[in-house]
Design a protein around this ligand. Structure first.
Ligand SMILES: NC(=O)c1ccc[n+]([C@@H]2O[C@H](COP(=O)([O-])OP(=O)(O)OC[C@H]3O[C@@H](n4cnc5c(N)ncnc54)[C@H](OP(=O)(O)O)[C@@H]3O)[C@@H](O)[C@H]2O)c1
Length: 319
């Protein structure tokens, strides 16, 4: 009998990039009941839909992944809806979870909540030391407000909500739509298409100088399942690899992994985003025994291989 076997579990956003992997890991744990849904079935930005979802699914544990997300471009184009939708979904889900006596609520936040110039590596205690990088502040702050809600509800109602802060994720099944994708899938797609069209160069946003930390999606999903089972405290917890890489180096690796033979042109007129990102990942190790397992080189190989087969096939099917 596992911790999960007596519990009914609902994952919001379970058909998304991270959600599909969380659902797969949870399936292995064989909970008493496991459910997810699309936004067209329950639109979580509406109070009445959240109520209907809780009434229908009766979960003991909620893992809240549903969100409006995207890279720098999508954040810049939709700051208002990114703020509103992410805030309102979390606020309603947590409030109604409390009213429904739900045993455990896992809120997934984001590294975008950290101050623009937080000391590197980012420690959870530095979360409130400054304003986030401007392009992703509406998204980051909407999510950070849910940490305050989770802590306040624990203090006032004894509600067991935990809060995780994943770094940038990547892997098979990621969003490769250039309008809304994050940096790794966007670069893979650019290189593959430029190679197919024999273009002499690709243009990449920014200077290449910022650094990022990436976590393979399966590692993130495993961390969430471990935390849901083992972690019951108010303090937020970073979920990452603590492996920092510059965007320039990342581009070199993706160019190599996709066998693109052309030149890379840097468009310095476009924003760089946050200058550096690297998480201190000690708390996750100590509190619920999580350590990343998939190295970036291996993860990139798997992601490119997936894109060249399943990703392109899905895009052809959708067209
Ligand atoms: N990807 C990253 O690099 C990253 C990094 C840090 C944290 N995170 C966090 O991880 C979580 C999952 O991200 P992801 O990359 O997997 O996103 P994703 O692929 O875009 O998936 C988001 C999911 O949210 C659902 N959703 C959106 N609006 C909804 C609504 N109004 N009602 C119900 N469901 C709604 C979508 O369902 P439909 O498809 O049915 O509309 C979709 O399945 C998010 O909370 C995000 O903030 C992601």
């Amino acid at each position: 009998m596992s911790w999960w076997s007596k519990r009914r579990v609902t994952v919001t956003g379970g058909h998304g990039f991270l959600g599909r992997r969380v659902m797969a890991f949870l399936n292995e744990q064989a909970p008493a009941h496991l459910a997810t849904f699309h936004s067209r079935e329950y639109d979580l930005t509406h109070q009445t839909e959240v109520a209907r979802m809780y009434h229908d699914q009766r979960p003991d544990v909620v893992i809240h992944l549903a969100a409006r997300v995207g890279g720098i471009g999508a954040n810049r184009n939709h700051p208002g809806s990114f703020f509103y939708q992410n805030a309102i979904m979390g606020i309603e889900l947590i409030e109604q979870a409390r009213q429904n006596g739900i045993e455990k609520f896992v809120q997934v936040g984001t590294v975008c909540a950290y101050p623009k110039f937080a000391r590197v590596p980012f420690s959870e205690d530095a979360l409130w030391d400054g304003y986030p990088e401007e392009t992703n502040a509406p998204y980051g702050i909407a999510k950070k407000a849910l940490l305050v809600q989770a802590q306040a509800y624990r203090a006032q109602y004894g509600f067991n909500a935990i809060y995780l802060l994943p770094t940038n994720l990547y892997g098979p099944g990621d969003n490769f739509d250039l309008e809304s994708s994050h940096v790794i899938p966007a670069l893979i797609r650019k290189c593959v298409e430029a190679g197919q069209q024999r273009l002499p160069s690709i243009t990449v946003w920014g200077t290449g100088r910022p650094t990022r930390e990436f976590l393979y999606v399966d590692d993130a999903a495993r961390a969430i399942v471990l935390a849901a089972e083992r972690y019951d405290r108010p303090d937020p917890v970073n979920v990452g690899s603590s492996d920092e890489i510059s965007i320039r180096e990342l581009v070199d690796r993706i160019v190599a992994a996709t066998n693109y033979a052309g030149r890379v042109i840097w468009d310095g007129s476009k924003p760089d985003g946050q200058p550096r990102r690297k998480l201190n990942v000690e708390r996750a190790r100590q509190e619920f025994g999580f350590e990343a397992q998939v190295a970036l080189a291996d993860g990139l190989r798997r992601t490119v291989a997936w894109y060249l087969t399943d990703g392109l096939a899905a895009a052809r099917h959708a067209a």
